[in-house]
Write a protein that binds this ligand. Structure first.
Ligand SMILES: Cc1ncc(C[n+]2csc(CCOP(=O)(O)OP(=O)(O)O)c2C)c(N)n1
Ligand SMILES: CC(=O)[C@@H](O)[C@H](O)COP(=O)(O)O
Ligand SMILES: [Mg+2]
Length: 635
């Protein structure tokens, strides 16, 4: 495909240059930007639909507001590629989400225009309010704008912030970017309410008023006031957002620069006149301008590389099943076998492998929206009544619901299964999405067990084991596929809390937790070491540990999770409790955030591939391995 024409875009390397353009130049700029974006994401992979939808909004915000002095805070941040392109990072778009390249999300250390680091949703209003009130406290004259999607708006945190912001006196604007989509179709009462606001007469009337505004001659501030009064008077006496204390304006067409710019200019004046917190409802389309993404915004939410002329295609050879798919299959099979099973997702139906479960068991499927805290307590309630909830949740997003996990589930010892996807490094999304902490944050909670399957077969089996328990159990598994272990038929579990010896060696034993079993086996071949597949971080198989400690001189633990407080720590605690003094080398993720990049490469950089494990063991226990009476390395 020919490179898109970017004559106007070529002149913009900062918003200050954008602000030099005439209003008439903005539409052609938007067209160029959209084309550039599409071609760029098609080369790298990344979040596409949301970014196609924010092209005009991004241009309008940077055109009207004095960025970076005025603060733009993007919620989630997966829709900030147009913002990145307009703020001097266009020539680095080809490095997006790759090792050493720019992030797929806003990062304070990447650009002064990225005012707040994000990737987990629903933080923007809180952060922007903080910035607005800090400006006031410091006597600085600047504005703060939160841009939040209709999906992100469903989270409790967004409402906590609205509740606070509505009575606070800062120069704050909340822009609700309503595309009537989360990753999948949105759910819940808020979505229904927004649909009402968007529907029929009101939307048409608001558009009409927008046009009138453009034609009119009076000063902008007067127009803003009139617009506001007319819009309110005409259709909605008081929207939900007005009840929260905001001045609600909209909905307006978020792809129409002729509506967006005068409206934002008016709002800017209202902010400067200290007219209280402002709320602008804009309507956009996910995938706007690329027909295939418009038709299937879910598939184009976060695609890999593709040819824009062709669109997404099926791979010639079917790829190995992912752990997510293994979970999805298990969920359906177990649901068919046990009518008590109910499945819960906080807005991650596709990512968590629940599409088929929803299709087959619609009455037992609950998408609760982006609401992890609610998801966990809701599961607790279901469990109180004798149902068997399975909460499918990314490891990183369960962090949001930590108190609910302890207070509502664990303390009451409720039999909730946590299917913890994306455990370990996730690759392109980077540190915000890494499931690095779950072993550490789960194993310290009384009554909670943590299973770490080494491959796809064990994943299915350990899910069954978890489901059979009478207390909370998390089963953690990584993004993507494992070694490709064949799935057992049926729903038999593995013994609860028991590991297995996988390789007999001498003097040094490697205890593997999870999928790093396989590189550990590779390293052990070369080291002549013993390998145990521990399977459970909690309860630890202390019988196996005792036996290993009795017959070996050193222990190495391996896990794709943080070393501090992780499974290696559990082993050390257990040895100490048993009075067994053995040197332990704990391998896992370090006390630092791991950036985005290819997951295999990242693991290798952390020394968690076979070569890295071998290297670390030699460095630490070389004397044992090579000593006169020690093991000889197997060539
Ligand atoms: C706390 C949290 N839960 C889940 C996600 C996963 N997630 C990323 S984007 C998204 C949908 C957001 O919808 P919306 O805010 O409407 O933005 P859109 O994708 O429509 O542009 C979800 C669920 C997340 N980033 N953070
Ligand atoms: C922005 C966001 O939070 C999600 O869209 C995330 O990028 C999903 O990643 P997966 O591809 O691992 O589902
Ligand atoms: Mg949305």
């Amino acid at each position: 495909m020919n490179a898109p024409i970017t004559a106007l875009l070529d002149t913009i390397s900062s918003p200050a240059q954008l602000r030099q353009l005439t209003r008439l130049q903005l539409k052609p700029l938007a067209d160029e930007l959209r084309q550039f974006l599409l071609n760029s994401v098609a080369r790298t992979g990344g979040h596409l639909s949301s970014n196609l939808g924010t092209v005009e909004l991004t241009i309008a915000l940077h055109y009207v507001f004095n960025t970076p002095e005025d603060r733009l805070v993007w919620d989630v941040g997966h829709q900030t590629y147009p913002h990145k392109i307009l703020t001097g990072r266009r020539d680095r778009m080809d490095t997006l989400r790759q090792l050493g390249g720019i992030s797929g999300f806003p990062r304070r250390d990447e650009s002064e225009y990225d005012t707040f680091g994000t990737a987990h949703s629903s933080t923007s209003i809180s952060a922007a309010l903080g910035m607005a009130l800090a400006a006031k406290a410091k006597g600085e004259d600047r504005r703060a704008v939160a841009i939040i999607g209709d999906g992100a708006m469903t989270a409790g945190m967004a409402f906590e912030a609205l509740n606070n912001a509505g009575v606070a006196d800062g120069k704050l604007l909340v822009v609700l970017n309503d595309n009537d989509m989360s990753i999948s179709p949105p759910v819940g009462a808020l979505n229904r309410y927004l649909a009402q606001l968007m529907s029929g007469q009101f939307y048409a009337a608001a558009k009409h008023v927008g046009k009138q505004v453009l034609k009119g001659a009076p000063p902008l501030f007067e127009l803003a006031k009139r617009f506001e009064q007319q819009a309110k008077g005409m259709v909605v006496p008081a929207t939900l957002f007005e009840k929260f204390g905001f001045n609600y304006i909209g909905p307006i067409d978020g792809h129409d620069l002729d509506s967006l710019i005068p409206t934002l200019e008016n709002i800017r004046q209202l902010m400067d006149a200290h007219e209280g917190p402002q709320f602008l409802h804009v309507v956009t389309k996910k995938g706007q301008g690329y027909k295939l993404a418009e038709a299937d915004p879910v598939a184009y939410h976060g695609p890999g590389k593709f040819d824009p002329a062709v669109g997404l295609t099926k791979p010639a050879t079917p790829p190995k099943a992912t752990f997510t798919q293994v979970f999805g299959q298990w969920l359906c099979d177990m649901a068919a076998a046990d009518s008590r099973l109910v499945g819960i997702t906080p807005a991650m139906r596709e990512g968590s492998g629940m599409v088929e479960f929803q299709r087959r068991f619609p009455d037992r499927y609950f998408d609760v929206g982006i609401a992890e805290q609610h998801a966990v307590t809701f599961a607790a309630g279901l469990a109180c009544e004798g149902l068997k909830p399975v909460v499918a949740i990314y490891s990183t997003f369960l962090q949001r619901a930590y108190d609910q996990l302890i207070h509502d589930v664990a303390l009451q010892n409720l039999p909730v299964v946590f299917a913890l996807d994306r455990a370990g490094l996730v690759g392109a999304d980077g540190a915000t999405h890494a499931g690095a902490y779950d072993i550490a944050y789960l194993r310290c909670i009384p009554q909670v067990s943590v299973a770490c399957p080494a491959d796809e077969a064990e994943c299915r089996q350990l899910l069954s084991t978890a489901f059979a328990q009478d207390h909370p159990v998390a089963v953690r598994y990584p993004r993507g596929a494992g070694v490709g272990a064949a799935q057992p038929e049926g729903l038999d579990g593995l013994p609860f809390g028991k590991g297995e010896l996988r390789r007999k060696g001498r003097r040094v034993a490697i205890l593997a937790f999870g999928t790093l079993l396989y590189p550990a086996l590779g390293a052990a071949e070369r080291l002549g070491a013993t390998v145990a597949n521990m399977r459970w971080a909690k309860p630890l198989d202390t019988d196996l540990l005792r036996e290993i400690a009795r017959t070996h001189e050193a222990i190495v633990t391996v896990e794709e999770g943080c070393v501090m407080g992780g499974a290696g720590s559990a082993v050390m605690e257990a040895l100490q409790a048993e009075g067994l003094a053995l040197p332990v080398l704990a391998l896992g993720l370090p006390d630092s955030f791991i950036e985005h990049g290819d997951p295999a490469k990242l693991l290798s950089l952390q020394g968690l591939d076979a070569a890295g494990i071998e290297r670390s063991v030699r460095e630490r226990f070389g004397a044992l391995l090579d000593g006169a009476s020690g093991l000889k390395v197997v060539a």
